[in-house]
Design a protein around this ligand. Structure first.
Ligand code: MG
Length: 501
């Protein structure tokens, strides 16, 4: 099946070897999905051991002399290779580097520390006591410094960590991105608050729903979006919604039901649909290879946020989906589509990142980015962290946490390392950038109004999805939009929606 895109003899030999890695990836994804959706509580220990065994097997292939020789051989003739073949070498070398750079004992220490840290973080958060988590975070930051040294970097140790989550993305790029976003967002946010068109609260946020009705609403929305439920995908429930790809023809999403504030469940569903669509629309010819997955966390997040925010929270979507919502949730009848739109888009300074709106969300990421950068260099001491957090969030949003669980302990991310937060802002930036370009080629709002998303799906497929991991993120954007990542589009989007809408 891969013959069409993979022709070189050396590459074919590499693909043979790599197919095992791909299969182990698939097994790991399925086991991970099962942990969140089906596994009984006590299965955790054995499952952990089984996953670690499979991962070690995958690592041993990545570290093998045989594979290295094949890759070296292929690299001698890079100019003869096509883009798919070059992409395979790029992705493989990246994984080989990560597998070989970090010594086994450090990796073991990392696995041990982070699994303990995750448990301790939960305890610390429930008691709102940073002191419980602090010793683990100290160890993790120390390990992250070691990771950076082993992986190598040119300018800043944090570069090495960013690169693990977003290939090619550097501290320099993050600084540039936030230097543009911060003043712009602050200006927009203060005007939104002053003008008061977008409210900080809506009574529907407290309105309880029947879970069965909500589920039917989510299912109908997925049907409208033409999610291939049961054919190539599933829809389940988990504590934290997520998407897993178990191959191009088996992509699964989950959502959650909190019992009130229906937009939360609805937007979780639409968000994960965006992730799933990316995986579902990858070129079938890449099936069975390690290129058959989204290229990076940031690009992946751009897809989920494009559907959740750019489409899902738009005025035209709110109007178009209103009858569907009303059909399943009777209490919505007493509100106009216009009121529903404002319910979808409340804007307020929030202490909690996951509750933040489109306007303030990236300020939460900016805070984490600044803190992580100075944790890595050692400028920020772990003793000072909660106080610095509180001071900085107050500078950004004008509100101050009263306890650690509203501040430094709110996210699970630091119990597994540093470097992942920027992906969320990259996602928002790229989503707004895609909006700018898609509008030039199709009648975007008109399609949403008709709830006919085919041209939008096709556009995203051709520009992003079909390529899987063939091109690295920066090159993908350049090829598809003839433009580098540009945060100005996000500011323009927020301005048009929140100041002129
Ligand atoms: Mg996501």
């Amino acid at each position: 099946m891969n013959q069409e895109v993979f022709r070189d003899e050396n590459i074919k030999k590499i693909l043979e070897k790599v197919r095992t890695i791909w299969a182990l990836d698939i097994a790991d994804s399925l086991m991970g999905w099962d942990i969140e959706v089906l596994m009984p509580q006590e299965g955790a220990t054995e499952r952990g051991v089984a996953r670690a065994e499979l991962q070690a097997l995958s690592q041993s292939i990545l570290k093998s002399k045989e594979l290295k020789n094949l890759v070296d051989e292929a690299e001698k003739n890079m100019e003869k290779l096509n883009d798919y073949e070059k992409g395979l070498i790029r992705v493989l070398k990246r994984r080989m580097k990560i597998a070989t750079a970090i010594p086994e004992e450090i990796l073991k220490e990392y696995v041990k520390t982070t699994s303990e840290a995750t448990i301790q973080w939960r305890i610390a958060r429930s008691k709102s006591e940073y002191g419980i988590f602090k010793p683990y975070l100290e160890k993790i930051v120390d390990l992250m410094r070691k990771f950076a040294e082993y992986l190598g970097y040119e300018e800043h140790p944090y570069d090495a960590l960013l690169d693990l989550h977003e290939e090619g993305f550097r501290t320099r790029d993050a600084d540039k991105m936030f230097n543009i976003l911060e003043p712009g967002i602050r200006r927009i946010f203060s005007r939104v608050q002053r003008e008061g068109v977008y409210k900080s609260k809506h009574e529907l946020e407290d309105m309880e729903y029947n879970v069965e009705d909500m589920k039917n609403l989510n299912l109908e929305i997925l049907k409208i979006l033409e999610y291939p439920l049961g054919v190539r995908s599933r829809f389940d429930v988990s504590t934290h919604p997520f998407t897993t790809s178990i191959g191009i023809r088996d992509v699964r999403i989950t959502t959650r039901y909190e019992g009130k504030d229906f937009k939360r469940s609805m937007y979780s569903t639409i968000h994960e649909y965006g992730h799933a669509l990316y995986e579902l629309q990858i070129d079938e010819r890449l099936s069975g290879t390690i290129l058959a997955t989204g290229v990076s966390g940031g690009i992946h997040e751009s897809q989920s946020r494009f559907w959740e925010n750019i489409i899902g929270r738009s005025r035209v979507f709110a109007e178009a989906i209103y009858p569907t919502i009303k059909k399943h949730l009777k209490f919505v009848e007493k509100y106009t589509p216009e009121e529903i739109y404002y319910y979808f888009n409340t804007v307020k300074p929030s202490l909690i990142r996951v509750d933040a709106d489109e306007v303030t969300y990236n300020l939460h990421i900016l805070l984490r980015y600044k803190l992580e950068k100075s944790m890595i260099t050692g400028e920020l001491k772990m003793d000072e962290l909660p106080e610095v957090w509180n001071t900085e969030i107050e500078k950004l949003l004008g509100i101050r946490p009263k306890k650690d669980s509203e501040g430094v302990l709110q996210d699970i991310h630091w119990s597994s390392g540093l470097g992942s937060f920027c992906n969320y802002t990259i996602g928002n930036v790229v989503a707004a950038q895609i909006l700018n370009h898609i509008k030039r080629e199709i009648n975007f709002e008109n399609q949403i109004a008709k709830l006919d998303f085919k041209p939008i799906r096709e556009y995203l497929k051709n520009k992003i999805h079909i390529w899987g991991s063939v091109y690295e993120p920066k090159e993908l954007l350049k090829r598809s939009f003839n433009e580098e990542m540009n945060p100005e589009h996000l500011l323009k989007y927020l301005e048009e929606k929140y100041l002129k809408g």
